[in-house]
Write a protein that binds this ligand. Sequence first.
Ligand SMILES: [Zn+2]
Length: 489
Amino acid sequence: MARMTLSRRRLLQGTAGFAAAALTPRRLFAQQAARNAAAPGAPLPARRELVIRGATVLTMDPAVPDLTGGDVHVRDGAIVAVGQRIEVPAAEVIDGAGTICIPGFIDTHFHLWTSVFRPFVRADVAALGYFPVTARLGPLMEPGDSYRAVRLGTLDAISAGITTVHNWAHNTRSPEHADAELAAMRDMGIRGRFAYGTPVGLADDAPMDFAGLARVKRDWMSGKDNLLTLGICSRNLGGVTIGGGAAAASRGILTIENIKLDWDGARALGLPITMHTSGASPILALEQAGLLGPDVQFVHPLLTTPEERAIMKARGASYSTAPQLESRRASQLGVIQLGELLDAGIKVSLSTDHIASISCDPFSSMRILFALHSHRVGARVPLTLKRLLQLATLDGAVDLGIADRTGSITPGKRADLVHVRTTDTNMAPAGDPYEALVSFALPTNVDTVVIDGRILRRAGKSTAFDDAQIVARARDAAAGLRDKAKWPT
Ligand SMILES: [Zn+2]
């Protein structure tokens, strides 16, 4: 830092995309490469004073009743009031007639870095499945590729009504890759947690890069106006039955001793932990090692036993389910256990997983979850449509530890709001709003998206981003990876 020229430092401090501290030449290069990959920096919209007028408001807050023809007042990025006929002369009015206003969706497990793999993955060809493709292309990614992938994935997420995302970055090849992913999230104005991981293909006995993690925490988590939080994503424990050799080789299968090393390192920095449970369940082994706690999230709850569910409940650990992906798996690998998890009182939330061969569509995730629950469990464990929307919103905030600021339309919380049109042909004439959202809605019905008081989408269009350019940059990244990999040979 001391050797850096003043003009160079000013240049970096003047850019919005990255924190400018501890700049080594390599990091400087990586930052500039990532920045060059970005669309020209359109600033995020200002937080204006708003009144949403005349919407069907589903608050997800037991203390704030749902409203028909209701208003929501937003100022300085916060929800001020929810009620009928709120008059604020200075505020901009958003006509909510013909829409359902919900808290934004909270996606609790999303590998945004794989968003540029859409041209490569085939859902019906094992050799071109998600695991072999990510194992092969992941090691070739530069920070600029990560930036472009995360921008595309985040754009897709926002357009589907997701306002908070848990970015599960299990290809954090370097701290600069983490910078690039965090910069993309910040440049898109989304709320979220970045789960710092390890590079695809790292040796199982190699620990996480704790120095890099600590530096990223220092650079990114001290800002006042920060929508982003930090955690880690853990490698797997125990045998793999899903994803086969490609998953085992690329994502890591650790001993309990090595898991403990990584988790202790994360906890020393005060960071929460997330872990896939794709395969033999790790819960008993983790419990015996004394590693479970409320800072642990598991992903893919397919094979839990009653004993394990009791442990999870006692320890306060949560589970994220990705119904679109999990319903594609062979049933002998386990079934979606939503009924059992809810029955046991475990925190559950919803996720997309990835968009390399899964659509970013929280409505479909709720729909599939409801269908599978009705198919296998039914009335034995009652599941209302309202509870499904709660899983996709408030329960996600609880899972990520941010329910004090988002997840419901509650005065005092930040304004993360989504309007879903009910006048489109796939929705009209709409009756019960929960029925409309779970049985009929699609991302194309998402009209308006507000995150932290900023309007990022109106009339189904981005207000601040050049969508075509973000797509073009992602396409360029995919083409570059294709060349580097000499795909398809
Ligand atoms: Zn996953």
